[in-house]
Design a protein. Structure first.
Length: 133
């Protein structure tokens, strides 16, 4: 909307990067780019909640394609929502992804093993640094 575009413009003028949380969808990527966003964070919830391997693969394909599209259009790309120790590696391996929102998984695990161990376990899963860095 024009209101979002104006707000992003004011933030950009103040050197504040803007990230929009969007579905892995070409129309939403285009809208984010046209609005002047610096980043998009692709919603990974449907991928994480998939009940079958077929559904999971389809949702991952949308994330992979959308990340490539957004990256090629000049946006920086992050991803998140529902990512955890079981499903983050595949998304982290995409060279178009800069960051993952995985704090909830790490803090939840830290309750049982401590923060240091929880972070070390996640680092082993995602094998940083991300290719996009």
């Amino acid at each position: 909307s024009k209101k979002i575009t104006r707000a992003i413009g004011r933030m950009t003028e103040s050197r504040i990067p803007v990230s929009l949380f969007i579905d892995p969808d070409a129309a939403q990527i285009k809208a984010a780019r046209e609005a002047g966003a610096t980043y998009v964070e692709l919603h990974t919830g449907r991928y994480c909640d998939a009940k079958t391997e077929e559904e999971r693969n389809r949702e991952f394909g949308l994330i992979e394609e959308s990340a490539a599209t957004a990256f090629a259009s000049g946006l920086k790309v992050n991803a998140g929502h529902g990512l955890d120790y079981r499903n983050s590696a595949r998304v982290a391996a995409l060279d178009t992804i800069s960051e993952l929102s995985i704090g909830h998984a790490i803090i939840s695990r830290a309750i049982f093993v401590g923060l240091d161990q929880a972070v070390r376990e996640m680092l082993a899963v995602i094998k940083p640094p991300f290719p996009g860095h």
